[in-house]
Design a binder for this molecule. Structure first.
Ligand code: S3P
Length: 428
C-alpha cells in the first residue's frame, strides 16, 4: 500500500507466478538515440517505463525529433543527425546520468549551444569523466568546477581520436561513440576494464559503423544508423530485485520471461548462485544483437560470499547486499568506490538502511562487509535513489511484520509499477 510517498509492506509474502518485466532501461535510451539519428521511422516496443528514459525522449524532442508514445510503443521519426536543431532552452535530464552523459557526446558535435542540467542528485555527479575524452576530440564543454552540471556544450566540428578512458563506464563510452559518429575521422576508445556494450551491439545491429575488436576497445567511424523496428528485452537490473525477493522469501517460485541475458548485465546471477540461490537460465535467442531468455528462481537458503563490484554488477550491489543480509555468514563486496557517485552515495545508503534492519555493515578499504543475520522490520528510506527504495522493499517483503519505505516515489525513475507488481506476485 502506498500513502503519502511511503510504501507499507507486511511480510513475509512469498512470490509466485510469471512476470514479463519492462524493457531494459539502458537499451531503451540507446534505441531512442539511434532512432533519432536514423533517417526515417523507427518503432520501439516495450520501451522502459521509468522517468529516466522519458528524459531522453524529451531531450530528443527538444532537439526537433518527432516522437509519438503510446503505452509501451514509441514511434520515432528520425531526422538524421545533421537536422537536429538548437533547443529553445536548457535540457533538464532529471535524475538520469545516462541521458546527460550520452547527450553530452551527441551535442558536442552539433553546431549550436546547449545547456544540460538535472535534479539535485545529478548536479552533484561527476561529469569530468565525459568532458575530458570529448575534449580530446575537439569538443568545447564547460561545467561548474569543470566537473558538474549545468554543462554548457558549444557544439563544433570534432575530429577522430584514440581516447583512453580513466573509468570503465558504459555511459562515457557511449558518449564518445555518439561524438565519433559525427567526427571527421575514425576513433578508438580504450577502457581500463570492460563496461556494458549495449551501444556497440545496438548501433552495429542497425547499421552504424561501430565495432568491438575486444572487450576493452571500441571503434567508431563517421556514419549513421538506419531506421529499425525493435522489441526491448526485459531489464535484468529490475529482474535482480525479483530474483533476490524470490530467493530470500521462503515458499517463492517465479519465472521471469524474456530478460536481457547480456553477460555484462547478468553477472549478479553467478554471485547469487555462488551464495546458494536456485536460478536457472533458459536462453531463447537474440534480438538487436542482444541475447534474451527466461530466468526461473526458487527460494533457497544463502551463505555469505566474496565478490568484486565490477561494472557488470554495479547497479545490483544494493540488492545483492540485501541478499547478503539474509545469508548465513559474512559477505565481502570488493571495489565498491564507484557506488559513492551513483544516484545516492550507495555505500552510505546501503550501510544505513541495512543498519535499520539490524544488520551490521562495515566499510573496509574500498570494500563493503555485510554480516548476515536475521533482519527485522523497520522504517526505511529510499534517499531519493530508486535502487535503494526497491532493495528496501525486497528486504521488507521477506521480513515478518510491517515495514515502511519512505520516499517511495523515487522508484519511478526506473520502475514506476514496482510496488503493484510485487503485490500482484505475492497475491497469486
Ligand atoms: C549505464 C552505465 C552504468 C550504470 C548505469 C547505466 C549505461 O553507469 O551504473 O545505471 O546505461 O551505460 P556508469 O557508466 O557510470 O558506470
Amino acid at each position: 500500500m502506498i500513502t503519502q510517498d511511503e510504501l507499507v509492506v507486511n511480510g513475509p509474502r512469498p512470490l509466485r507466478g510469471r512476470l514479463r518485466l519492462p524493457g531494459d532501461k539502458g537499451i531503451s535510451h540507446r534505441a531512442l538515440l539511434a532512432a533519432a539519428l536514423a533517417d526515417g521511422l523507427s518503432v520501439i516496443e516495450r520501451i522502459a517505463s521509468g522517468d529516466d528514459v522519458v528524459r531522453t525522449q524529451r531531450a530528443l524532442e527538444a532537439l526537433g525529433v518527432e516522437i509519438h508514445r503510446t503505452y509501451q510503443e514509441v514511434r520515432v521519426k528520425g531526422l538524421g543527425i545533421d537536422e537536429l536543431r538548437e533547443p529553445t532552452g536548457p535540457i533538464d535530464c532529471g535524475n538520469s546520468g545516462t541521458t546527460m552523459r550520452m547527450l553530452t557526446g551527441l551535442l558536442a558535435g552539433r553546431p549550436f549551444r546547449t545547456t544540460l542540467t538535472g535534479d539535485d542528485s545529478l548536479r552533484e555527479r561527476p561529469m569530468r569523466r565525459v568532458i575530458t575524452p570529448l575534449r580530446a576530440m575537439g569538443a568545447h564543454i564547460t561545467g561548474r568546477d569543470d566537473n558538474y552540471a549545468p554543462l554548457i556544450i558549444d557544439g563544433n566540428a570534432l575530429h577522430g581520436a584514440r581516447v583512453e578512458l580513466e573509468v570503465a563506464s558504459g555511459q562515457v563510452k557511449s558518449a564518445v561513440v555518439l561524438a565519433g559518429l559525427q567526427a571527421s575521422g575514425a576513433s578508438e576508445i580504450v577502457e581500463p576494464a570492460p563496461s556494458r556494450d549495449h551501444t556497440e551491439r545496438l548501433f552495429a545491429a542497425v547499421g552504424a559503423p561501430v565495432e568491438k575488436p575486444d572487450a576493452r576497445a571500441t571503434r567508431v567511424a563517421p556514419g549513421a544508423p538506419h531506421a529499425f523496428y525493435g522489441v526491448m528485452p526485459g531489464d535484468p537490473s529490475s529482474a535482480a530485485f525479483f530474483v533476490v525477493a524470490t530467493t530470500i522469501t521462503p515458499g517463492s517460485h517465479l519465472v521471469l520471461e524474456d530478460v536481457l541475458l547480456n553477460p555484462g548485465r547478468i553477472a549478479f546471477v553467478d554471485v547469487l548462485a555462488e551464495m546458494g540461490a536456485r536460478i536457472s537460465i533458459v536462453p531463447r535467442g537474440e534480438r538487436l544483437g542482444e541475447p534474451v531468455g527466461d530466468l526461473e528462481i526458487e527460494a533457497a537458503p544463502l551463505q555469505g560470499a566474496d565478490f568484486t563490484a565490477t561494472e557488470s554488477i554495479i547497479d545490483e550491489v544494493p540488492v545483492l547486499a540485501v541478499a547478503a543480509a539474509f545469508a548465513e555468514g559474512t559477505t565481502t563486496i570488493r571495489d565498491v568506490t564507484e557506488l559513492r557517485v551513483k544516484e545516492s552515495n550507495r555505500l552510505a545508503t546501503v550501510e544505513q538502511e541495512l543498519g535499520q534492519l539490524g544488520v551490521t555493515v562495515e566499510e573496509t578499504d574500498g570494500g563493503l562487509v555485510v554480516h548476515g543475520g536475521a533482519p527485522r522490520a523497520a522504517t526505511l528510506k529510499s534517499h531519493g535513489d530508486h535502487r535503494i527504495g526497491m532493495a528496501a522493499a525486497v528486504a521488507a517483503n521477506a521480513i515478518e511484520g510491517e515495514s515502511q519505505i519512505r520516499g517511495w516515489s523515487s522508484v519511478a525513475v526506473s520502475y514506476p509499477d514496482f510496488a503493484e507488481t510485487l503485490e500482484h506476485l505475492s497475491a497469486t
